[in-house]
Design a protein around this ligand. Structure first.
Ligand SMILES: [Zn+2]
Length: 184
């Protein structure tokens, strides 16, 4: 896999999607088999996952969450360097379709799938910390949600780990609160 160094947003979303599959966020395991993992990586040219990959990526998921919950920027960068280093090689320059040079981190040819995912997520989150800072790692604002996420948006106003699900949960809570206020 060739991981772009400057365009980190897509890799950050893989990290967010991965962390959001956890039972602590969903109430049940949402990374339950190779099909779930294949879905997470649909945009990437990787080998078809097998059951063993799923187990390893679940372990990686805990590491990614630890990055998002790290107390300091330096700790986050240290953890991310380890993730990126699992399968990441020295950066290379490649021309993009318009002929401009771009930095990429290639992964080792014989890398295991979990190593490729670790490198993808590690490089992307390092890019996010470099460009936007450590306070882009946040806890989900939805009531009762245990999710965490990285906000790669330009404005930096993202509040939910799964915007459609958790944003909606918040709307329902607000609606109920309003109804209670009216009934009083
Ligand atoms: Zn959430």
């Amino acid at each position: 896999m060739l991981i772009p160094m400057a365009d980190y947003a897509a890799g950050v979303e893989v990290a967010n999607d991965l962390v959001s599959t956890s039972p602590t966020v969903r109430g049940a395991e949402a990374l339950s088999g190779p099909a779930d993992l294949a879905g997470l990586l649909a945009a990437y040219d990787v080998a078809a996952p097998v059951a063993d990959d799923v187990e390893k990526v679940r372990f990686l998921r805990g590491e990614v969450r630890a990055v998002m919950e790290s107390g300091t920027e330096d700790e986050a960068v240290e953890r991310l360097a380890l993730l990126a280093g699992h399968a990441g090689l020295a950066p290379v320059l490649r021309r993009d379709p318009s002929g401009r040079w771009r930095w990429y981190v290639p992964t080792a040819r014989d890398a295991a799938l979990v190593g490729e995912v670790a490198a993808l997520v590690g490089v992307a989150l390092l890019g996010l910390v470099r460009a936007l800072g450590h306070d882009r790692f946040r806890a989900c604002a939805a009531p009762g949600c245990g999710g965490v996420f990285a906000d790669a948006s330009r404005a930096g106003r993202r509040r939910y780990c799964m915007p459609e699900l958790c944003g909606n949960r918040q709307n329902v809570a607000n609606h109920r609160a309003r109804r209670r206020a009216v009934a009083r």
